[in-house]
Structures are given as structure tokens and as C-alpha cells.
Design a protein around this ligand. Structure first.
Ligand SMILES: CC(C)(COP(=O)(O)OP(=O)(O)OC[C@H]1O[C@@H](n2cnc3c(N)ncnc32)[C@H](O)[C@@H]1OP(=O)(O)O)[C@@H](O)C(=O)NCCC(=O)NCCS
Length: 249
């Protein structure tokens, strides 16, 4: 029987494998299983992270990683996992020179600024901005085993994320997926709303979606104070496609 559970340390070899084989976007999958395992563990340990597995009997058949507050999560990860991740990343790049070159070309500056902010050489983003920004929850990665797709496991993982995030006061989450990838029809089927398109550092076209996690979030403040009904609605127990306009209350 399928269950959705928090990720255990013992699940990590299987979830790192799923990640590496099925989620090709970005730098991290290219850094190998050891790096991915540490990266996934950081979601499981962070107080702002959510790490779930889908288990069928004893087999891990899917995984999801997300945050309830992305900025707090990455601050926590920098403090508590930063050196381990940096060591694992550097170790992986020594044996992957092309990945090292891509990193230097596309990301080294941004990471250096992050470290400088962390050690106080640059002002932190939050202290530089006016007022406290609202926490942003991000659904970072979802993957199911290729042999069990289209059986509702991805949907169950998203429902598990919604259950846990709403308990912590989160009403909506952002997610980014590659245009033309498997995530696009899946997220649209679950009623996610397209909010933007942009290019990644590697040149891929990305789509940014908003996922409403509970009914309370159906009315939300958009565009700096304009209160609008979002056509996207999701249901705590069964996330679904947006209702047609005639079904609106
Ligand atoms: C995206 C992914 C997680 C979906 O997992 P899944 O277990 O197949 O999803 P589900 O079976 O729960 O699908 C939920 C709904 O989306 C639909 N759906 C899922 N994949 C779809 C696809 N490729 N095309 C059209 N519809 C799709 C299902 O039919 C289902 O609709 P229904 O409930 O009305 O029947 C899986 O395809 C995957 O791991 N892809 C590779 C990794 C990836 O691209 N992740 C997303 C970016 S982070």
C-alpha cells in the first residue's frame, strides 16, 4: 500500500538516485549522488524544509522537497550544511572539469556574494529591504519512479506537502519547472497557475507556477494590494484542476 512519509536517512540513496536520473535541470544533478544526498538531507533537517517520500511496501517510488520559507531555509542550510555542501561540491567538480567550468561561468559570482553576505561582508538581503518580506514557500523538486507514473503518486506527494505546509501557516507555494518537461502538464492538471516565464542560467526556458494550498488562499493579495479572485483553487484533501467559471461561488 502506498504511503507518504517524511524522508529518512536510509531513503537517501534511493531518492538521490531518483533525483539524478529524472531531474536534470540545473547544476546539482551533475554533482553526483553524494552531493544530492547531502542536499536532500538538508531539506529533511531544516525547520523550514519539507522532505517526503512515497513508499510502496518497502520501495521508495517518489520524493518531494520543498520549503515553507525559502529565504529562512537557505539561511539555515548555509549555516548548518554550507561547509559540507561546499566540500562535496568542490570534490565532485575536481573529477568533472566541464561542470567546474560551467559553475565558474554561470554561478560562481552569485555564490561568492552569498558567502560574503553570510560572513557579513555584504548586507543581507532582508536587512537591505524595506519592511519584512512575506515568507515564500517553494516546492523545489518532485519526482516519481518512471515505472509507476500516472497512478496518482505525484498528486499524493503534493497533497502531503500541502498538509504539512498549511499546518505551518503556508497558503500557497511557488514552483519552477522546465517548459516542455513532464512537470508542465502535471502541475497544470493540479490547477497550478502560470505566473511567469524566464530563462535559466543555462539557457533553458522555465515556467513559474503558483500552487494554492488551501481554500483560505483562494483570495489573495496580488500586485501590491489589489485583491483578486484567483482562478486556481486547490482542495486540502484532493488537489484538482481549476473549477470552470460557472462553478465559482
Ligand atoms: C511530474 C511527475 C512527478 C508526475 O508524477 P506522477 O506520479 O506521474 O503524477 P500523477 O499520476 O499523480 O498525476 C497527477 C495528474 O497529472 C496528470 N499527469 C501527470 N503527468 C502527466 C503528463 N506527462 N501529461 C499529462 N498529464 C499528466 C495525471 O494524468 C493526473 O491526472 P488525473 O488525476 O486527472 O488522472 C513525474 O512525471 C516525474 O517524476 N517526472 C520527472 C521529474 C519532473 O519533471 N518533475 C517536475 C519538475 S520538479
Amino acid at each position: 500500500m502506498l504511503s507518504i512519509e517524511p524522508l529518512n536517512q536510509a531513503d537517501i540513496p534511493a531518492t538521490a538516485n531518483l533525483h539524478r536520473q529524472n531531474l536534470r535541470l540545473g547544476l546539482f544533478p551533475k554533482l553526483g549522488r553524494h552531493f544530492l544526498g547531502l542536499y536532500q538531507e538538508s531539506f529533511a533537517r531544516s525547520p523550514y524544509g519539507i522532505a517526503l517520500v512515497a513508499r510502496d511496501e518497502d520501495a521508495v517510488v517518489g520524493a518531494l522537497f520543498g520549503t515553507t520559507s525559502n529565504a529562512e531555509h537557505y539561511r539555515w542550510v548555509t549555516r548548518n550544511f554550507g561547509s559540507k555542501l561546499a566540500l562535496a561540491g568542490c570534490g565532485a567538480m575536481i573529477t568533472r572539469p566541464q561542470v567546474a567550468l560551467d559553475f565558474a561561468r554561470t554561478r560562481a559570482g552569485r555564490y561568492a556574494r552569498g558567502v560574503a553576505r553570510h560572513i557579513g561582508l555584504l548586507p543581507s538581503v532582508s536587512s537591505a529591504s524595506n519592511g519584512a518580506p512575506r515568507p515564500v514557500s517553494v516546492l523545489s523538486h518532485i519526482v516519481t519512479d518512471v515505472n509507476v507514473r500516472r497512478r496518482g503518486i505525484g498528486r499524493r506527494l503534493i497533497e502531503g506537502f500541502a498538509d504539512r505546509a498549511t499546518v505551518q501557516g503556508v497558503h500557497r507555494a511557488l514552483l519552477v519547472t522546465e517548459e516542455g518537461g513532464l512537470g508542465t502538464p502535471f502541475f497544470e492538471r493540479l490547477g497550478c497557475r502560470l505566473v511567469g516565464r524566464h530563462k535559466s542560467q543555462d539557457g533553458a526556458t522555465l515556467r513559474e507556477y503558483r500552487l494554492i494550498l488551501d481554500e483560505e488562499g483562494a483570495y489573495e493579495d496580488l500586485d501590491g494590494g489589489r485583491v483578486a479572485y484567483t482562478v486556481v483553487r486547490a482542495y486540502p484533501k484532493r488537489l484538482g484542476a481549476a473549477p470552470s467559471l460557472s462553478q465559482r461561488p
